[in-house]
Design a protein around this ligand. Sequence first.
Ligand code: C5P
Length: 222
Amino acid sequence: LAEGPLKGRHVLVTSGPTHEPIDPVRYIANRSSGAQGTALATALRDLGADVTFVTGPATVPPPEGVKVVRVETAREMLLAVQTALPAEAAIFAAAVADWRVANASLQKMKKDGTGQAPALSFAENPDILATVAQMVTGRPKLVVGFAAETENVTAHAAAKRARKGCDWIVANDVSPATGIMGGSENAVTILDDTGAESWDRMGKDEVARRLALRIATALGAS
Ligand code: C5P
């Protein structure tokens, strides 16, 4: 493990999308690459933290030197997070599917020849961030969520922070004109109990390094 201000401190990071099965060979997913979560886990590792990285099926590979826990669904991610706790800080960068398929088939679904398409019904997934942020015992000292918004970024993120009960929300504007989604740069606003702090647009790795330092400061570790 690296030397650094977070040496010996356990930090949990979720990352990537989740996949929600329709049947054994099909699933519902989203376009998250896992880039943001991976950059953050890397930056925390570089400050010496003992990182557990709970990741859905991401397109970017997980960092070296962290404990990788691979999951597929939102419910598996919640279980993996609960198993990995306690942690001093928990950072929720995963793009968790809001719904799973309630009537997923145990066998591959087949066309029945009548031209009739199947109907999927959905059930709400657990909110992993809210579940951990609202833990009564063993809550991490610092719980951080992300918010990708396309309008009224600060107001929506402030409402999300209150609703979920997390300490910080890292908000960004993902409207197409910004080129942020899928791009290499980000412009974030961090909301905490003292208000909102906006950072200039910079590389996603640089955002991750600065966030990791801010996390170390919050944990009294720098
Ligand atoms: O509500 P929304 O999906 O916009 O909230 C985003 C934040 O909540 C992210 O930090 C995400 O990782 C987390 N989240 C979660 N579990 C869910 C949905 C979102 O942990 N089921």
